[in-house]
Structure formats: C-alpha cells, structure tokens
Design a protein around this ligand. Structure first.
Ligand code: SAH
Length: 194
C-alpha cells in the first residue's frame, strides 16, 4: 500500500468503550517526531490501547511489539491493524508490560502509554534492554506520572526532554469556527547513550 507521511485520522480507528485511545492525531505527530523512529528499529509499545501509536510505528519501524494488560485493548489494536493492513510486522501480546518485557530481546524504542502504577520498574527494566542510542518515550496525563517518569529517568543518568502539549481543534459552526480544547498531555523522552 502507498503511504504518505500523514497520520491516520482519529475517526478511522475502530473504538471500544472499554479501551482508551487512540492518542489524538496531532499528539501522535509529536510523539513520532520525538521518538526519532527509523526503518531498522524494533519498537515496544506498552499500553497499546486502541493501537493509535502502534499503527503509526508499524508504518515506520521494522518490528513492533504491542502489549496491553486489557484483553479488549488487545482485540481493538488487532482489529485496527487489520483494518489498515498493518499486521505484517506487529506482534500483539496480552499481559503486564513488566512481565512481557522479559520475553523480548533488545529493542530501539520503548513507548509507555500506560503502566498501572509500575512506571519506575518498567523504565528501569526497559532501559536495560534498550540498544545503545535507543529511546524511551512516556505519555503522561497525570502530574504524578510526569514527576515519576522524570525522576526514574534521572536515576538512570538520562536527561529527559519534557513537552506539555495542549491541542485545540476547530469545529465549524454556523457562526464560525469554534476552538475546542483537548486534555493536555505530557510527552517525556530520553535517549540512552553509553
Ligand atoms: N497509546 C494508546 C492509548 C494508551 S491507554 C493509543 O494511542 O491507543 C493506556 C493503556 O495502558 C490501557 O489500554 C491500559 O490497559 C494499558 N496498561 C496500563 N498498565 C499496563 C501494564 N502494566 N502493562 C500493559 N498495559 C498496561
């Protein structure tokens, strides 16, 4: 299939009311840029949810391991991969990211979209399996998750890049274009270099 550089539109994802996501199109754009993903990369997406990020990485990386603890999320991500013809290089795995990490060899990019209170442990375990020059990228909605991510990365002597993103999208109404605000999200990333 011929693909441009654009993101998949939010409304093109199959959704399940029990599953968060997809990460909004404009936020996905920034995450992809910050991740510096390359065609040779192996990506691990912990907390794949609806598959918002998994599908974008599937278009750009060599292999993607998509993990979620919620069975419905696994099904939804799989459905979205099929809908968009992106199943070829993605392995979708149901389980706790902390345990599943043990079964995966080295990788180049660790994406954490959900951690269920285990963020410091996920970061530490993930860091040890990251290839040199590999990146960790964390999406945080809670302030507590931001501080936890930053201090976990600093403990590993990494220098986190922290960006808070607030997107407003225009809705065309009869009277004009009304800007509707979306929840802010913080994108925290760091690179391993030994
Ligand atoms: N990035 C996704 C949305 C992520 S929502 C998208 O764009 O569609 C966060 C997800 O993290 C949820 O589906 C939740 O089930 C999952 N999650 C939370 N803790 C987890 C853990 N310890 N291991 C694996 N998945 C986890």
């Amino acid at each position: 299939m011929d693909r441009g550089n654009g993101m998949i539109k939010d409304q093109e994802f199959i959704k399940n009311p029990n599953v968060p996501g997809p990460t909004k199109e404009e936020v996905r754009c920034i995450v992809i840029c910050k991740s510096d993903v390359k065609p040779k990369d192996v990506v691990v997406d912990i907390g794949c949810g609806t598959g918002g990020l998994t599908l974008e990485f599937a278009k750009m990386a060599k292999t993607v391991y998509s993990i979620d603890i919620n069975h419905d999320a696994i099904e939804t991500t799989q459905q979205n991969l099929e809908k968009h013809g992106l199943t070829g290089n993605v392995e979708v795995i149901e389980g706790d990211g902390f345990d599943v990490l043990d079964k995966i060899e080295k990788f180049d990019l660790l994406v954490i979209g959900g951690s269920g209170g285990k963020l410091p442990f996920l970061i530490e375990k993930g860091y040890n399996k990251l290839n040199n020059n590999g990146r960790i990228i964390i999406m945080a909605i809670l302030l507590e998750t931001c501080t936890e991510a930053i201090s976990s990365l600093e403990k590993l002597s990494l220098k986190p890049d922290v960006v808070n993103v607030s997107i407003s999208k225009g809705e065309i109404t009869k009277r004009g274009t009304m800007m509707l605000a979306r929840n802010p999200i913080t994108i925290i990333s760091a690179q391993k270099s030994i």
